[in-house]
Design a protein around this ligand. Structure first.
Ligand code: PHE
Length: 352
C-alpha cells in the first residue's frame, strides 16, 4: 500500500495545506496555494486519484477522508480569501483617508486683543497694589456721568465730553440717559456702594460723539482708579501712579505732574512719562520728538463729589485717575493710528 493511501496521510496533507494557507496574505498567494493543493496536479488531487487503486475497504475510508479534506480546504480557501480582501480594503480606506506624510492643517488659535492685554497689564499692576477690579454700565445716567461729578447742566465743562445721548436732554427730563463718555461715573457708583477704605480700578468702554482720526476713536476704553480713605494725600496719588508708570514703561522712566482741570478733582493734574534721548544712541524710548508724554488725568476727589455721596470731606479724602489703555499701547508699541485697534485687520492684530 503506497504511503499516500492512508487516512493518516490524508490528515497530514490537510494539516500541511492549512498551515500554508494561513501564511498566504495576498490573493496571488492564495491562488498559488489552490493550484498547489487543489489544482489538477495538486497534492490532494493526487491523493484522490490514488484512491481508485486501493482495496475496497481502504477506498471507502481513505476516499471519504480525502473528500472531506477537499471540501474543508475549499471552504478554508474561501474564508481566507474574504479575510485577505477585507484587510486590504480597510488598509486602502485608511491610506486614502490619512496621508500621514502630509503636514497637518494648522489650527488657528486666537489671541487676546491688544487692548485686552493692556487692560490686564494695568489691572495687574494696580491689583498688586491692593486695588479691586470692578465694572459698570456703558449706558449711563447723566446724573452719574456729569451731575454728581460736579458738572451740572449747562456747565461749560460739558464741552470736554462730546456726548452720545440715548434720550435727548430737555428741560423737564431730570434723568437723561447717555453712552458714558468716561469711566468716572463709576467713582460715584462705587462710593455709593462701598464704605471707605475704597481702592478700585475700573476698566470699561466709553463713547464720544466725535469724528475719528489717528488719535480719536468714537469708542475706546478707559481705566479709572479711585482710592478713598481717611488721610489720603496727594503724595499717595503720586506714589501710586509713579509705581504704575515704572511697571508699564520700565524702571528708568521718570514721571511729571502738571496742573490740569477736571471738574471732579481739586487739584487736578495730568501725568506724563519721560521720553528723553539716550545720550549714547540719541534715540528716545518712544519714537516721538518730545521729552515728556502725557498718559493720564488725575487729581484729589473734589469735596463736592464726596459730599454728594454722603462722605464728609473733613474726614475723608481720596484720589482718582483715568487713562486710555489704547493710548498707552500706542506709546509702548509705537502704534500710530488708534483706529487700527478696532478695524479687525489681522495683519495688525496678529502682531500681538
Ligand atoms: N475722566 C477723565 C477724562 O475722561 C479723566 C480723569 C479721571 C481725570 C479721573 C481725573 C480723574 O478725561
Amino acid at each position: 500500500m503506497p504511503d499516500n493511501a492512508s487516512v493518516s496521510h490524508v490528515e497530514s496533507v490537510r494539516d500541511a495545506a492549512l498551515a500554508e494557507l494561513a501564511a498566504a496574505d495576498t490573493a496571488e498567494q492564495i491562488e498559488a496555494w489552490r493550484i498547489a493543493w487543489l489544482g489538477r496536479r495538486g497534492r490532494l488531487t493526487q491523493v484522490l486519484r490514488g484512491v481508485g487503486g486501493l482495496s475496497p475497504d481502504e477506498r471507502r475510508s481513505v476516499g471519504s477522508a480525502a473528500n472531506r479534506v477537499k471540501s474543508l480546504l475549499e471552504q478554508a480557501r474561501a474564508e481566507r480569501q474574504d479575510a485577505v480582501a477585507r484587510a486590504k480594503s480597510d488598509a486602502d480606506d485608511f491610506t486614502d483617508a490619512i496621508d500621514v506624510t502630509l503636514p497637518g492643517w494648522p489650527t488657528p488659535v486666537g489671541g487676546l486683543h491688544p487692548t485686552t492685554q493692556m487692560i490686564r497689564e494695568i489691572c495687574d499692576a494696580f491689583g498688586s497694589m491692593g486695588f479691586d477690579v470692578v465694572e459698570g454700565p456703558e449706558v449711563e445716567w447723566d446724573l452719574y456721568n456729569f451731575e454728581m461729578l460736579n458738572i451740572p447742566k449747562g456747565h461749560a465743562a460739558r464741552d470736554m465730553w462730546a456726548t452720545l445721548w440715548v434720550d435727548q436732554p430737555d428741560e423737564d427730563d431730570d434723568y437723561p440717559m447717555l453712552m458714558r463718555t468716561q469711566t468716572s461715573p463709576m467713582q460715584i457708583r462705587t462710593m455709593q456702594e462701598r464704605k471707605p477704605p475704597i481702592r478700585v480700578i475700573v476698566p470699561g468702554k466709553c463713547y464720544r460723539y466725535e469724528a475719528t482720526d489717528a488719535t480719536h476713536e468714537w469708542h475706546f476704553y478707559q481705566v479709572e482708579g479711585l482710592a478713598v480713605d481717611r488721610g489720603i494725600t496727594f503724595a499717595d496719588l503720586k506714589g501710586t501712579l509713579y509705581e504704575f508708570a515704572r511697571r508699564i514703561f520700565g524702571e528708568e522712566r521718570q514721571v511729571r505732574f502738571r496742573c490740569d482741570y477736571f471738574p471732579f478733582v481739586e487739584p487736578g493734574v495730568d501725568m506724563s512719562i519721560s521720553n528723553f534721548k539716550d545720550p549714547q544712541t540719541g534715540k528716545r524710548p518712544i519714537n516721538r520728538d518730545e521729552d515728556w508724554i502725557e498718559i493720564l488725568g488725575a487729581g484729589m476727589v473734589h469735596p463736592k463729589v464726596l459730599e454728594g455721596v454722603g462722605l464728609d470731606p473733613q474726614i475723608y479724602t481720596g484720589f482718582a485717575f483715568g487713562m486710555g489703555p489704547e493710548r498707552i499701547s500706542m506709546l509702548k508699541y509705537g502704534i500710530e493710528d488708534i483706529r487700527l485697534f478696532y478695524s479687525n485687520d489681522l495683519r495688525f492684530l496678529n502682531q500681538f
